[in-house]
Design a protein around this ligand. Structure first.
Ligand code: NIG
Ligand code: FE
Length: 444
């Protein structure tokens, strides 16, 4: 943000809010955070030559759970105590938007440590899947698990993410593969969002794998997924629909049927696309105006171009790339050249990415994919929010957005991607409320 824009923005908002508090006893804001540097991650920050959309010596105000004012402390329209009921000194820390993990399979039964051993003695992910292991093993474990047990096992995984500043997370179903078991998973995901200080967006992933009872009858399983779509939508438990388009899962023509049904039911789509081979998944997402295409290691340029035209987000998953010891890199240069927004996520799942560290993903996004620290931070803020259709309300520090932000003990934003195994998160604010050890400790 240029100095001029910043001032313009600040004074515009000030006009909107009116001068009602100045000189009076009623402050217009609930909380004012000063003494902080802000990585606003607002779009155009870098384009205007301001990396991270940074505002050094900044201040940020919260009113009614929303960001009410964001700018340079010097531009505040009065003395801090006259402006807010509570004034906090961040003591030179950096503040970023709350982090967004836009692709996870956080809810599942069992684990796949044995499969990990097998892979290390030579079996590939694909071979294990073809032999009936992999996703199918997790389906078996998930079907067996009660809703309570699924909740109890997902909670510590979620809390790992929250401890690193995640305030929004996407959670997929996909290990139930019957309507009943898929809805069970989605209910657990919704409950996590209701009981923990995090926004949860849920995704129905019925087309994740061919369940054992439909062995060699994939088309009939797709018939079932299509037939159940209206009920999934009516349950209100799913915010989007995903699938696995791959030679070990479903062909593009089959996924297209699922996307048709999702679209008819009013649900946006996204896809596990081109993870193990070029399955034309990126183009398919573009054709259905999807939110994102995820993985993309084997995507061709044509698919990336199609995504650019439709504004789909490229969700890159360095954890799965690393854990499956993939060597084919996603087409980063083409993604950049076509201006496709890049998001980064954990893909937390038992098979290809048993990872609950978003900060590790920032590091791997840089070291494995050669993304810049600013790109990966945008990937878990602005672009992560966009991948979930939340770009109007989340993902940047801008007036009017939900007051989700993180205070970090760092001297420069690149530190978030630079360190390995270190968590500099000092404090999380969720919808204006301070969260400590996973609990809201004070109303905003
Ligand atoms: O994102 N590719 C498909 N789905 C998951 C892995 C699921 C599993 O192996 O359990 C992924 O990599
Ligand atoms: Fe995934």
């Amino acid at each position: 943000m240029s100095q001029k824009n910043r001032k313009g923005k600040a004074s515009e908002l000030y006009r909107q809010l009116g001068r009602r508090s100045l000189g009076g006893s009623v402050q217009m804001w609930d909380d004012l955070w000063t003494g902080a540097h802000l990585a606003t991650m607002a779009a155009g920050g870098a384009a205007n030559g301001v990396p991270y959309g940074a505002v050094e010596d900044g201040a940020l105000a919260v009113a009614g759970g929303r960001l009410a004012w964001v700018g340079a402390a010097a531009d505040l329209p009065g003395a801090p105590e006259t402006l807010a009921r509570r004034v906090h000194d961040a003591a030179g820390a950096w503040i970023t938007p709350g982090l967004v993990d836009c692709h996870t399979h956080l809810v599942y039964g069992g684990d796949r440590a044995r499969e990990f051993e097998l892979r290390l003695t030579g079996a590939s992910y694909e071979q294990i899947a073809r032999a009936g292991g992999g996703i199918r093993y997790t389906v078996e474990q998930t079907r067996k698990a009660s809703e309570e047990a699924l909740y109890a096992s997902a909670l510590p995984r979620l809390r790992d993410l929250l401890a690193e500043g995640v305030t929004t997370v996407e959670i997929k179903s996909g290990y139930g593969l019957t309507l009943e078991d898929e809805l069970k998973m989605l209910r657990v995901a919704r409950r996590l969002g209701a009981e923990e200080p995090v926004t949860v967006k849920t995704t129905y992933l019925g087309a994740h794998a061919i369940p054992p009872e439909f062995d060699r009858r994939p088309e009939e399983y797709i018939d079932t997924v299509v037939a159940q779509m209206a009920e999934v939508a009516a349950s209100g438990l799913a915010d989007a629909v995903d699938g696995f388009c791959e030679r070990i899962a479903f062909y593009p023509e089959q996924m297209a049927r699922v996307f048709e049904a999702a679209t008819a039911a009013g649900l946006p789509v996204k896809l596990h696309a081109d993870q193990l081979s070029d399955s034309k998944g990126a183009s398919l997402v573009a054709r259905y105006g999807g939110l994102s295409a995820d993985h993309l290691e084997y995507s061709c340029e044509e698919g990336i171009r199609a995504m650019a035209l439709k504004g789909a987000v490229a969700v890159l998953l360095p954890g799965a790339f690393y854990f499956l010891r993939e060597t084919r890199l996603p087409p980063i240069e083409a993604i950049r050249r076509h201006g496709v927004p890049i998001a980064i996520a954990t893909d937390c799942n038992p098979g290809s990415s048993p990872c609950t560290s978003i900060l590790l993903m920032l590091n791997m996004g840089c070291t494995l994919f050669r993304l810049t620290p600013e790109e990966v931070l945008a990937g878990v803020t602005r672009n992560g929010a966009r991948a979930l259709g939340l770009e109007e309300t989340h993902g940047t520090l801008e007036p009017g957005k939900v007051a989700d932000f993180v205070i970090w003990n760092i001297a420069y934003p690149a530190e978030l991607a630079y360190r390995i195994g270190h968590n500099p998160c000092r404090l999380v604010v969720k919808e204006g409320q301070v969260v400590k050890d996973g609990r809201v400790v004070r109303g905003g």
